[in-house]
Design a protein around this ligand. Structure first.
Ligand code: SF4
Length: 356
């Protein structure tokens, strides 16, 4: 949708005899800036609807909590597939870690723009602040996001609007430019003051919530990207869990706690293999081939047994006799046994190669 599409309808709505109340669709992460942007617009007489996004890298909980506080209607949109495309191949590169913030912002604005008409909104707004993030919120980056998302002058940044070129809602008088803000820079002092003044207590800490800004997670994801260019959401879920090992180019994950073992059982999909130490509680190991049809070799099995032993109760490598392969079905029954403090698992026994 072009930014100009449907605008005539909106302008004529403004000319109808009924009093015109502009409606903004605000990109709402639940972070302080987006909360303030929404509240500022509301205080200027704009009807505000929030939109937030989910992917394997961030969820919508903080946005939902903050929206409840403001009594803001909130639309939650899962953008996993489109977002994975951006993470795999960002046009404007990554930030400090694997966070492709310019492309990510542009995608979110584009998706919001696609929803604008359906939601009866007249323009978009974000909580972006000029200069708050050196790479993704400088003047050029803000211009790029407006341009490549297609939103152009329908995109208002209320917290820094006075420092930026006038947008359509300002030009048409839907929002009074003089009442918008001129916040810039990394200090969040003015935002904190406003939050205090407006009684806003519920908001997410800066940069909280996005795994792509986490150095440890980014390293894991980088390994995945190098091994499997077309990684999917299920692969991302897997690299969030446990200890990670790459064995002959395939991924092995060991649970560190009971809940991680359970998560591995849930994430197991056709082609994956699950292993445990026989007759003793300990880590579950999930092996995932990077390409369909890849098989486990004898060396791989021995390496899995070694790691299961080292990170298990025994603290030393297992022999193949001491390891069993389990299926998610076995695991359901073993879960019941575990809860009864009985840790016997009669899975398929692995035989060492003849002669070893
Ligand atoms: S921090 Fe994460 S969610 Fe936020 S713009 Fe960057 S990549 Fe997107």
């Amino acid at each position: 949708m072009d930014a100009g599409d449907g605008l005539k309808g909106r302008e004529s709505a403004a000319n109808n005899s009924a009093p015109f109340k502009p409606r903004a669709l605000v990109l709402f992460s639940g972070g302080l800036d987006s909360v303030l942007a929404a509240e500022l617009l509301r205080r200027l007489g704009v009807e505000v609807v929030g939109i937030t996004f989910t992917t394997p890298f961030f969820g919508s909980e903080a946005a939902k909590r903050a929206a409840r506080q403001l009594e803001l209607p909130l639309l939650v949109v899962d953008i996993t597939d489109r977002h994975l495309g951006v993470v795999r191949n960002p046009r404007f590169g990554y930030g400090k870690n694997l966070n492709p913030c310019i492309d990510c912002h542009a995608l979110m604005v584009r998706v919001a723009l696609e929803k604008l008409e359906d939601l009866g909104a007249h323009f978009l707004a974000t909580g972006e602040v000029l200069g708050e993030r050196p790479k993704s919120q400088n003047r050029r980056a803000l211009g790029l996001v407006a341009e490549i998302s297609g939103a152009r002058d329908l995109l208002l940044r209320p917290l820094s609007a006075k420092l930026l070129p006038p947008t359509r809602p300002e030009i048409l008088g839907w929002v009074e430019r003089s009442k918008l803000m001129d916040i810039k820079g990394r200090s969040r002092k003015r935002q904190m003051q406003l939050a205090e003044e407006w009684g806003i207590r519920e908001y997410q800490t800066p940069a909280g919530g996005c795994l792509l800004t986490d150095p440890g997670f980014s390293r894991r994801l980088k390994d995945l990207m190098e091994a499997k260019k077309d990684f999917d959401a299920g692969d991302v879920e897997l690299v969030k869990v446990g200890r990670q090992f790459w064995i002959r180019g395939n991924l092995l994950v060991l649970g560190r706690r009971h809940d991680e073992n359970e998560r591995l059982w849930e994430l197991c999909r056709p082609g994956d293999r699950l292993f445990k130490e026989k007759d003793r509680p300990g880590p579950t190991a999930l092996w995932r081939p990077v390409a369909p049809g890849m098989e486990l070799g004898q060396d791989d099995l021995e390496e899995i047994a070694r790691l299961l032993g080292i990170y298990g109760k025994k603290k030393e490598p297992l022999s193949l006799h001491e390891m069993v392969e389990v299926t998610p079905k076995d695991v359901v029954s073993s879960r019941v046994e575990e809860s009864q403090m009985s840790e016997r698992n009669e899975g398929m026994e692995l035989k060492p190669k003849e002669g070893t």
